[in-house]
Design a protein around this ligand. Structure first.
Ligand code: RB5
Length: 141
């Protein structure tokens, strides 16, 4: 079964809650925290927590949100089987799935609008990896 995990730091908390609510009928996101915007936390802690869950099964995916999306993607990409893509346009989101078989989408809550975040999540989950020539490139990451 495919599990979709979601996590954020304090800067990403509001967008995380917004996305959970927006997609509540479509997906059952498993929320790994943080659980408030008022207390500053370390984004890396949440990126590692989510990455450990996602790497347990090839069918798992993750959504990570911090202020810029940068710290989350850097931390998540330290995990061997994580391919975290910092997404900010429909095109780069689509390509991250088509060519790179991304399994984690990272978003910068301070840099993109909420409705774009919704669009990117939709694109992320409806786009499939192209495979073919991309397979061995992805493997060599
Ligand atoms: C928190 O202020 C901020 O540094 C964090 O959310 C993130 O943008 C780090 O990459």
């Amino acid at each position: 079964m495919k599990n979709i995990y979601i996590a954020s730091d304090h800067a990403g908390y509001n967008l995380k809650e917004y996305l959970k609510n927006k997609f509540s009928k479509k997906y059952d996101f498993i929320d790994l925290g943080t659980n408030r915007a008022s207390v500053s936390v370390n984004y890396a802690q949440f990126a590692h927590k989510l990455s450990k869950k996602v790497t347990k099964n090839d069918k798992n995916y993750g959504i990570l949100i911090c202020g810029s999306g940068l710290g989350m993607s850097m931390a998540a990409n330290r995990h061997k089987k994580i391919r975290a893509a910092l997404c900010y346009t429909v095109k780069n989101t689509k390509l991250s799935r088509l060519h790179n078989n991304s399994n984690v989408i990272t978003l910068g809550s301070r840099l993109i609008k909420k409705n774009l975040a919704v669009k990117l999540i939709n694109v992320f989950f409806k786009t499939n990896f192209e495979g073919g020539r991309h397979k061995k490139r992805v493997k060599s990451i």
